[in-house]
Ligand binder design. Structure first.
Ligand SMILES: [Fe+2]
Length: 499
């Protein structure tokens, strides 16, 4: 099975070269040097909507260099949380590094003491790194609210709990004894808006090996029970699992097991990071693993397995059920995108790295067949639907995209895609702006699926600092731009917590 051609050939084609200056793009790779406390901000353009009330939390690498020694990949940078609080047209900024054990030790030492999963080595060559298999939990991937905790997530180990208001680090959290020391806890929880009554946070941990076990967990998010575990199950599958994200429907948790092998020798010998030892298996197909959810129509049944299209997936947009089918929208890469041991990430050649493509797969539960079609050809990442449509049929997706219609470039624009018609609306930060993950926030009391705002922290290459951009989620028109007194390197994930 291969991915079918684009449905919407009218989306245009451009042979033009990249529309950005590489120095602008690379200027975001720097250390965050300050921690700010509730700095009031005013919009440089437009007005912050009075109806927007709550906090946008962002997580991402905030420290990329120590003692002149750079990380090999930005994903090895220590987690730094940004909080933007909105109330009655005002906005305040606070930021804090997560006080992980590794960050504190390295701050004191003034040099790297740990190896990074994505290839960062300790100073001293491979001899200084060989057989040092300690993991530095860098808490840099996502940040979500669960009960009275803010959780800074990193998928290979347990979360760090933070104070949601002050962002002070409370410490590693085993979620009241639920997790074993060092147990993997995904950085990609999904928020079920109420498929079976009250809303839930659904997430997983994966123990990988020749056989891999997924622990699927569902937590209460509302009322006095918020943060408590409602259900869990464990399922074991053949093969090494690399699972970063998953998708959700009322009946299923949907995983895509990439066709990937782990060849750990260079890691053991101190020559490469663990993630650099992930190798795609040419010609091999990945699998969809569907695990029945508690409370769904298939609760208690064994998982279902389907063959996936060729390609590699980090992130999904959404999934939903339609008749006998489970429909999964995912961002596919032609191959596992990695940075080789001898490549400086600031000098990567985008043309040699595959771009993300939004692909819809239909998994037929009755026949076991899978079909797929590309929804759009523009290079994309970091996609989401209206949170109220999580796991349900959604009309619209919002995502970060490249400025060019074809080819791989840095993400410079935000796109609203009509998943039914293929119609697109694009807001662009090019030529000097570079976007991160957009977060769609519904307007309180909204009836229409696209009524709300799109919030995005944008790297402004002209200012060498970050901007908060607020768009109208329906029209993609600019509502406000707030220039932050902070330079934040390209981030990973974040979430909005309504007041
Ligand atoms: Fe992710």
């Amino acid at each position: 099975m291969t991915v079918a051609p684009l449905r919407d050939p009218a989306s245009g084609s451009s042979e033009a070269g990249p529309a950005y200056d590489r120095a602008d793009w690379a200027s975001a790779f720097r250390n965050v040097t300050v921690e700010l406390d509730d700095v009031p901000l005013t919009a440089a353009r437009g007005e912050v909507p009075a109806a927007l009330k709550g906090t946008l939390y962002r997580n991402g690498p905030g420290r990329l260099e120590r003692g002149g020694h750079w990380v090999h990949h930005p994903f090895d940078g220590d987690g730094m949380i940004t909080a933007l609080r909105f109330d009655a047209g005002r906005v305040q900024l606070r930021n804090r590094f997560v006080r992980t054990e590794g960050w504190q030790a390295e701050e004191t030492a003034g040099r790297y003491l740990y190896r990074g999963v994505f290839g960062t080595a300790k100073p001293g060559g491979w001899l200084a790194n060989a057989f040092d298999l300690r993991l530095k939990n860098i808490a840099n991937t996502h940040v979500v609210r669960l009960g009275d905790q803010l959780l800074a997530l990193w998928e290979a180990a347990e979360p760090h709990a933070l104070d949601p208001d002050t962002l002070e680090t409370r410490g590693l959290s085993r979620l009241g004894g639920l997790l074993k020391p060092g147990e993997a806890f995904s950085a990609h929880p999904r928020f079920d808006p109420g498929h079976h009554g009250a809303p839930r946070m659904v997430t997983f941990g994966v123990k990988s090996g020749p056989r891999s076990t997924i622990r699927l967990m569902e937590f209460a998010t509302d009322g006095p029970e918020a943060g408590s575990l409602l259900s869990e199950r464990r399922d074991t599958f053949p093969g090494f699992a690399f699972l970063h994200d998953f998708a959700l429907t009322p009946d299923w948790a949907v995983f895509l097991q990439n066709a990937i092998a782990f060849q750990p020798l260079p890691y053991l010998l101190g020559q490469a990071g663990a993630a650099q030892c992930l190798k795609s298996k040419p010609g091999a197909r990945g699998s969809f693993w569907l695990i029945p959810r508690e409370g769904g129509a298939h609760a208690g049944e064994p998982p279902r397995i389907f063959e996936a299209p060729e390609g590699f997936v980090f992130h999904h947009l959404n999934a939903f059920q339609e008749g006998d089918e489970v429909v999964v929208d995912s961002i596919f890469y032609a191959d596992f995108p990695s940075i080789g041991p001898d490549t400086d990430f600031r000098a990567i050649d985008f043309d040699t790295i595959p771009e993300g493509q939004l692909v819809r797969c239909r998994l037929n539960l009755a026949t076991g067949s899978v079909s797929s079609e590309r929804l759009n050809e523009r290079c994309c990442e970091f996609a989401m639907v209206n949170p109220a449509r999580q796991g349900l049929p959604a009309r619209y997706g919002w995502m970060a995209v490249a400025e060019r219609e074809r080819g791989n470039d840095p993400l410079q624009a935000l796109m609203k895609l009509d998943l039914a018609s293929g119609e697109r609306r694009v807001w662009s930060a090019a030529p000097r702006g570079f976007v991160s993950e957009p977060v769609m926030v519904p307007r309180p009391g909204a009836a229409a699926e696209d009524d709300g705002w799109l919030l995005c922290v944008v790297w402004n290459g002209a200012r060498c600092a970050s901007d908060l951009v607020i768009l109208d989620a329906a029209s993609m028109a600019e509502v406000a731009v707030v220039e932050l007194p902070l330079a934040i390197p390209y981030g990973l994930h974040g979430s909005f917590v309504a007041a």
